[in-house]
Design a binder for this molecule. Structure first.
Ligand SMILES: [Zn+2]
Length: 314
């Protein structure tokens, strides 16, 4: 193995991008780095930094711009749920700095719970959550936090040991590690005012249900993957739930804000008609088709939803 091969392997260990001083401290000479650059194996994204040519492009960009990937940008890289993955990048920069960047970006200067290593190009998840708490609306931030908890990237116990700003503390008080997708967080939060027991991600009849409201109202939230055999299995499970005395509302909900923003008519009918209370004989399942899902998207009238909630014929 040549010295250049060793340098390439060392860069891989460091994530593909490193400060030149770190490489030099490891015993790699300027001449070796220059040879790598001449052969197209190594680039210099910024003075004092080198990168493998196959390195993560976002990390290379962070080194070139002198920023740290954080908030929504790093949350997306970590696979966390985001209300909307689109939009400009979010970078952390040193306090009191005013970098002139060639791209439109949201900059974060604020204090974070974990100190940043000077060589870091991406924030740890705790710092990402801290910025999310400040940057996103409460409900959306809560959904991202719960995504991190559900994915095992953090635990409630570990988060309680850190110093948070007020917004993050408020989210931590409400966060549950059991919400699978952000939409479940939304539903739970929107139903909170009903002061009913709302359980998410529990098992009934051998299957997981998204939300149990009160004693018997099951709210299932279908994504785009609920098709084919999955759809058939869902219908069979709904039938089992009905025989056990539960009422099932199944909706195909998309991740757009409109789908969530009009759930209130559903809440009011749930409350007014007592669909959550175990006091009526089993009803048939309400299957929200493409036409029906507007019950959450808003196209389904309150009057029609009332009939659905009451179990009468459509
Ligand atoms: Zn942000």
């Amino acid at each position: 193995m040549t010295r250049l091969d060793e340098l390439s392997a060392f860069l891989t260990v460091l994530g593909g991008v490193a400060r030149s001083v770190v490489v030099a401290e490891r015993g790699f000479s300027r001449r070796t780095v220059d040879a790598g650059v001449a052969r197209g194996i190594i680039t210099r994204p910024r003075r004092g930094w080198i990168a493998a040519t196959d390195a993560d492009r976002q990390l290379v960009a962070a080194a070139r711009l002198g920023v740290v990937l954080t908030c929504r940008t790093q949350a997306s890289r970590l696979g966390l749920w985001l209300h909307d993955h689109r939009g400009r990048p979010h970078f952390a920069v040193p306090p009191h700095s005013a970098p002139q960047l060639p791209v439109d970006a949201k900059l974060h200067w604020g204090r974070v719970p974990l100190p940043r290593h000077p060589d870091a190009l991406a924030d740890p998840v705790e710092n990402v959550l801290a910025h999310i708490a400040e940057c996103e609306p409460f409900e959306q931030a809560l959904a991202t936090w719960e995504s991190a908890l559900h994915g095992g990237l953090v635990t409630v116990e570990s988060l309680h040991g850190l110093a948070w700003k007020p917004a993050a503390r408020g989210i931590l008080l409400r966060a549950s590690p059991f919400a699978d997708a952000g939409l479940e967080t939304y539903v739970r939060e929107r139903l909170r005012w009903l002061k009913l027991r709302v359980l998410v991600q529990i098992w009934i009849a051998g299957h997981r249900v998204d939300t149990l409201i009160g004693d018997r109202l099951v709210l299932q939230i279908d994504g785009a993957h609920h098709t084919g055999s999955q759809r058939s299995e869902d219908i069979r499970h709904d039938a089992e739930l009905l025989l056990m005395g539960y009422r099932v509302i199944r909706g195909e909900m998309c991740a757009s804000q409109g789908c969530i923003g009009r759930i209130r008519p559903c809440e009011e009918h749930i409350s007014a008609r007592g669909a959550h209370a175990r006091r009526r004989p089993p009803r048939r399942s309400v299957q929200w088709t493409h036409e029906h899902r507007s019950g959450i998207t808003g196209e389904l009238s309150e009057e029609r939803f009332g009939r659905l909630s009451a179990g009468r014929s459509q």
